[in-house]
Write a protein that binds this ligand. Structure first.
Ligand code: CAA
Length: 382
């Protein structure tokens, strides 16, 4: 077993780290407080090849693989989790189009994503009554000539107001249940696509989250991904990969929180010595560092399996479940180590804590990850 990353992976990680430190970290706190969507930063990420890390070069991607993607995303998340989730969903959208669209559709959309012409991509599956139960969506798509007419609404759509294109899931044949769901690429500005109000969130306030309404929204039939009825499979497969992204994001947030906690423990004095000299603090640091390392290993294993085109469904869910849960714990401990200072805005750890919270919810809750993991184990044991 080889735990070394390749020179190329190292180069991409270091480039992302450098960019995050110099250009994202200094503004991340302010952007989050002001709810400022980081358009200029996202464009620069595209210039660095980070909006298509696992996309072939012929479509403008970096073609550097899933491990490099995971490493880079963690570095971006360490500076700004809002930027990281935007990057994660945008890469996922580019990968969906690359995997399921016709050549013409790929050429039309992917270069716009990888070049930054589209500042982001969005993934519209969730509906007001259908979150974890993704198969229960009600948005419809009815074929009329060379168009599909979409009607319905979506909620909690990351980057929905800024995305150049959105992957939308809709029912084309109700009688077929989950096998009657199809996926479409919908361009920003299409008539009948209405951007709803922006949500005010607990964290990730520099990311954009909106509802979307589809009112007789006509989408070219050529924008159907795969074939009719393939949508649920496309969504689930995409989310397997997306979960590596969210695990990587959680790792970045936890890394930032632990680093801040260690720095503070070495500075803060109490009872006549540095608090780092107290065992109570040392144990928190040791536990945080150990679980963070375990999260990294789980996530890089899932990324490696995906890169090698092996089955990685269970491993991606394990990585997502574990990394997001421990990120919440590490952020909570980082605040505890900071004491009262951890609770105020001036110290970044309260932002990390708020940002980490949603990672156990979106792209499949921890409860859904456990369902996926158990199903895979039981299926393979039969
Ligand atoms: N990978 C590949 N295929 C999968 C799959 C997976 N992880 N999970 C299910 N499938 C396939 C099944 O194999 C099955 O295929 P066949 O019929 O051909 O056998 C088909 O999908 C239907 O599966 P189930 O009958 O098992 O479906 P279910 O309804 O019982 O449950 C679920 C599936 C796992 C609960 C699924 O609904 C799920 O993952 N829910 C969570 C949804 C989610 O993650 N939403 C995130 C929203 S997007 C977001 O958050 C993005 C963002 O903006 C940050």
């Amino acid at each position: 077993m080889n735990f070394d990353i390749t020179e190329e992976q190292k180069m991409i990680r270091d480039m992302a780290r450098d960019f995050a430190k110099k250009e994202i970290a200094p503004v991340a706190g302010r952007y989050e407080r002001e709810g400022h969507f980081p358009k200029a930063i996202l464009k620069k990420l595209a210039e660095l090849g980070l909006m298509g890390v696992n996309i072939p070069q012929e479509y403008g991607g970096a073609e550097s693989g899933v491990v490099a993607y995971s490493l880079a995303l963690s570095e971006i998340a360490k500076a700004c989790a809002s930027t990281a989730v935007t990057m994660s969903v945008t890469n996922m959208v580019a990968e969906i189009i690359n995997q399921y669209a016709s050549e013409e559709t790929k050429k039309r959309y992917i270069p716009k994503i990888t070049s930054g012409e589209y500042v982001a991509g969005a993934f519209a599956l969730t509906e007001p009554h259908a979150g974890s139960d993704a198969g229960a969506i009600r948005t419809t798509a009815v074929k009329k000539g060379d168009k599909y007419i979409l009607n319905g609404n979506k909620v909690f759509i990351t980057s929905g107001a800024y995305a150049g294109c959105i992957i939308v899931y809709a029912v084309t044949d109700k009688a077929k249940g989950k096998k009657g769901i199809s996926a479409f690429v919908v361009e920003k500005g299409t008539d009948g696509l209405i951007i709803g109000k922006e949500e005010k969130k607990m964290g990730l306030r520099a990311s954009n989250t909106v509802s979307l309404d589809f009112c007789d929204c006509a989408v070219p039939a050529a924008n159907l991904l795969g074939t009719e009825g393939k949508g649920f499979e496309i969504g689930m497969t995409a989310l397997n990969g997306g979960r590596i992204g969210i695990a990587s994001q959680a790792i970045g947030i936890a890394d930032a929180a632990l680093e801040a906690a260690v720095r503070y423990a070495l500075e803060r004095q109490a009872f006549g010595k540095k608090i780092s000299e107290f065992q109570a603090i040392q144990w928190k640091i040791a536990d945080s560092a150990t679980t963070l390392d375990a999260a990294r290993l789980l996530t890089l294993r899932a990324a490696f399996l995906k890169e090698k085109k092996r089955n990685y469904t269970k491993e991606a869910s394990m990585a997502k479940l574990y990394s997001t849960e421990i990120a919440n714990r590490i952020c909570a401990e980082a605040i505890q180590i900071h004491g009262g200072y951890g609770y105020i805005e001036e110290y970044n750890v309260e932002r990390y804590y708020r940002d980490a919270r949603v990672t156990t919810i979106y792209e499949g809750t921890s409860e859904i990850q456990r369902i996926v993991i158990a199903r895979e184990i039981l299926k393979n044991a039969e």
